[in-house]
Design a protein around this ligand. Structure first.
Ligand code: SME
Length: 151
């Protein structure tokens, strides 16, 4: 499904205000993971600024042990501090990387801002080497902006 069609589906999910936010986020993860062949694991982490940790709130794909990640650790923890997109074409080339599965070849993490504050992130793992383009970055930024409106 192309990104434009997916955006409509994401809006439909976010508008289901009878559902808890975590349920809607899980449905977004499931949509992306099932419709984009190189999105093999999709998750949302949210920051707890008092303890400087990220907490996994919703995901689709294999369960991970890494449900709490300290700021600065791994790709996710680095984005919690840099406030910038992090595209990793080859995870093997990263020293500061937390492996969730040996099948993962590439990763993208895009921060989620609410009122200018970096409150979380969307994280995608791929089994395909170097699959992410600027189009993925714009798409994931759009998703985060729309999620932020519902927080
Ligand atoms: N690989 C991430 C950890 C989270 S898993 O991808 C689900 C990282 O290095 O931060």
């Amino acid at each position: 499904m192309p990104f434009d069609s997916l955006k409509k589906e994401v809006v439909n999910i976010l508008n289901q205000s009878d559902k808890q936010l975590n349920q809607r986020l899980t449905n977004i993860c499931e949509l992306l993971q099932s419709q984009i062949d190189y999105y093999n694991w999709v998750g949302f982490y949210f920051a707890e600024h008092s303890t400087k940790t990220l907490h996994l709130k919703a995901f689709a794909g294999e369960p991970t042990d890494h449900t709490v990640i300290p700021f600065g650790k791994g790709i996710c923890g680095q984005v919690a501090e840099s406030h910038q997109n992090f595209v990793v074409p080859d995870v093997q080339s990263q020293d500061n990387y937390i492996a969730c599965s040996l099948n993962v070849k590439a990763e993208i993490v895009v921060p989620l801002f609410k009122d200018g504050l970096n409150i979380g992130q969307i994280d995608i793992d791929s089994h395909t080497p170097d699959p992410f383009t600027a189009e993925d970055e714009r798409f994931l930024e759009w998703i985060n902006e729309n999620v932020a409106k519902n927080i």
